[in-house]
Design a protein around this ligand. Structure first.
Ligand code: SF4
Length: 375
């Protein structure tokens, strides 16, 4: 069965695919990849953390959550000039897309948002695809971003609806879907993916892919991350995902979402070149470049260049899959105040998140006591 020209997948069908012998799954995914994409083209994207740390949310995997005690360096919102400079450097190195991330629960209609809108406009003028990941956004905010020249809005589903509650308690899955819907209403392209290796089951991975598969249109961009377990976060003790799981997830995503850019995202430092080559063969057609992915390590540029040369891959140009957005000065207009923001805050608690919060508090007290004694 098809809907809007896209196959309607049942969870059972996705499960059958996911559990195929890997060698056959890769072959099938490679065929689909060749049918809908140029298999030699891989987009290089630059992820910029424009505002790091101090986030009020409790995502169990995230070192930027204020409640956990991690050793990352925070920064307040970058200036427009800094962003332009970094985007320019990334463009020199072959990036055709810039994704700007701010550690916020949701966007507020304040001076910081005005500054982000100026960043979007400036990077758009550099002929690069601009993506933002700023937390939850209203429809009005999505329109303002679109008017400033934003190409894509990123809002990951992370996992299945069922497993989401085990990872994050400060917002619900429906809030995620609402933000994606708001981005769609503003005609932004959608970037939404997940993280594997958080303790979820295969059923959760399949369920998340099913949620993407029933969206019309499909998200244009689907990052697949493998967890980078950071000390101090509730998930610090998770074992790394095997490369076989990563290839299986990428191949299944490629078949279920044939037109989407499947992005091989966090976790590449744990993969060797051969493993990454299998991911490209199975349909991955984007990587993030630079030695950091928001706050976690990422392979160095020269290593990526060598890998591209060895495999005969070429960087994808900007706007290969969509038109460059026009800038409309409406983005400066004040927000529609009649719009009601109703983001939920579910009441449930996640024991391991609470524990990590407590340990973080104790560590902070210990550190300040030591500092006092040293004076
Ligand atoms: S993932 Fe995003 S929303 Fe969650 S704690 Fe980190 S910065 Fe905040």
């Amino acid at each position: 069965m098809e809907k809007q020209g896209l196959k309607v997948w049942s969870k059972e069908e996705i499960s059958t695919l996911y559990h195929k012998p890997l060698i056959e799954l890769i072959f099938e995914a490679a065929k689909v990849h060749r049918k809908y994409n140029d298999p030699r083209e891989v987009q290089i994207s630059k992820l910029l953390s424009i505002k790091t740390d101090g986030c009020p949310e409790d995502c169990g995997y995230c070192p930027q959550a204020a409640r956990y005690h991690t050793n990352i360096e925070g920064n307040s919102l970058m200036s427009v000039d800094e962003v332009v400079k970094l985007a320019d450097q990334a463009k020199e190195m072959g990036s055709s897309r810039v994704c700007m991330g701010a550690a916020w629960r949701n966007v507020k209609d304040d001076a910081d948002f005005d500054q982000v809108l100026e960043m979007v406009k400036s990077v758009n003028k550099m002929d690069m695809e601009v993506c933002c990941t700023l937390g939850m956004i209203t429809e009005n905010q999505a329109h303002r971003l679109a008017d400033a020249g934003l190409y894509a809005y990123n809002h990951n589903l992370d996992s299945s609806e069922e497993y989401y509650k085990e990872i994050i308690s400060t917002r619900g899955y429906q809030d995620r879907l609402q933000t994606i819907d708001n981005a769609r209403k503003a005609k932004l392209t959608v970037c939404s993916g997940g993280i594997i290796g958080m303790g979820e089951s295969d059923v959760d991975r399949i369920s998340m892919l099913h949620t993407f598969s029933i969206m019309r249109p499909h998200p244009e961009s689907v990052p697949i991350n493998s967890l980078v377990a950071v000390e101090g976060t509730p998930l610090e003790e998770q074992s790394p995902v095997s490369i076989w799981d990563m290839v299986r997830m990428i191949a299944t995503t490629r078949i279920v979402l044939p037109h989407s850019s499947v992005r091989l995202s966090a976790g590449r430092t744990n993969m060797n070149d051969e493993g990454q080559a299998l991911c490209f063969l199975a349909g991955a057609n984007s990587i993030f470049a630079g030695d950091k992915l928001l706050t976690t390590p990422n392979p160095e540029f020269n290593g990526d260049l060598e890998l591209f040369n060895n495999l005969g891959l070429v960087p994808m140009k900007a706007y290969k899959k969509g038109d460059k957005p026009e800038i409309n000065d409406r983005y400066k207009e004040k927000p529609n105040t009649s719009e009601k923001i109703k983001w939920s805050r579910p009441g449930h608690k996640i024991a391991r998140n609470e524990e990590a919060k407590q340990v973080g508090k104790e560590k902070k007290i210990e550190a300040s006591q030591k500092a006092c004694k040293a004076k």
